[in-house]
Design a protein around this ligand. Structure first.
Ligand code: 1PW
Length: 216
């Protein structure tokens, strides 16, 4: 049995970070958003080395955004809206073709995390409503089909499909994630899922407003 301490994934911390990321004016604080993702990454890492390519992809996207935040224009990367305004005004965003710059735009990078966040939201919700004999592989695959899969190439979809097959049965799965199966866990998942959905909707609204939902 896994030892669960402060270094493990904690759904409470996901909830706290995304809560803190919601600003008053329909905007998202990037620092807290990335903290939420860092905690979600512990979730992904707990699932084993076969999820390594997914974890690395998340690391690389988070790193790009942090690099922008620490760069000379860092103060423009405080919130999602300030980032979008800055990058659009200064032609940082490539609207028509795949970026060739070493440091890709914050906008297209965050859009990838945003799409993946829907997957996690749906998967966490599937975990919440699951019962004893439900397959976590199927829960995960269903969430993926409903969200991120449509943005991925055939090869990535295949690789993801193989990784999902390696997910353990529910009891072990919950232990690995340091989640008890009871009502308390379900309540925590419920509030985290709701918060993620609110953050997702604010982000989605902003990208729609700036017509950037399809950024290459
Ligand atoms: C079971 C846990 C579920 C957590 C899923 C959250 C992370 C999803 C990351 C999937 C990564 C798959 C491999 C990379 C794909 C990239 O091509 C793709 N990135 C994402 C995050 O979808 C698109 O990024 P790109 O190639 O346009 O820079």
């Amino acid at each position: 049995r896994e030892k669960c301490d402060n270094s493990n994934f904690q759904i409470n911390r996901v909830q706290a970070a995304f809560q803190a990321s919601l600003m008053k004016n329909e905007d998202i604080l990037l620092k807290s958003y990335l903290e939420g993702w860092t905690e979600l990454q512990k979730f992904i890492d707990a699932l084993g080395t076969i999820f390594g390519f997914i974890s690395e992809e998340v690391t690389s996207k988070i790193r790009i955004l942090i690099e922008h935040q620490q760069g000379v224009h860092g103060k423009e990367y405080i919130s999602m809206r300030s980032m979008i305004n800055y990058e659009l005004k200064n032609n940082v965003v490539n609207l028509h073709e795949l970026p060739r710059d070493r440091l890709q735009s914050g906008c297209r990078t965050l859009l990838r995390l945003h799409r993946a966040l829907r997957w996690l939201q749906l998967f966490l919700d599937n975990i919440r409503t699951s019962s004893e004999n439900d397959s976590m592989s199927i829960s995960c695959a269903e969430a993926y089909e409903q969200s991120l899969a449509k943005y991925h190439s055939w090869l990535v979809r295949k690789a993801a499909g193989f990784a999902f097959l390696a997910l353990p049965a529910r009891t072990e799965f919950l232990q690995i994630l340091c989640l008890e199966g009871g009502k308390e866990t379900k309540d925590k998942l419920w509030s985290a899922v709701n918060l993620i959905e609110r953050v997702y909707n604010v982000t989605q609204g902003m990208y729609a407003q700036y017509n950037m939902l399809e950024l290459p």
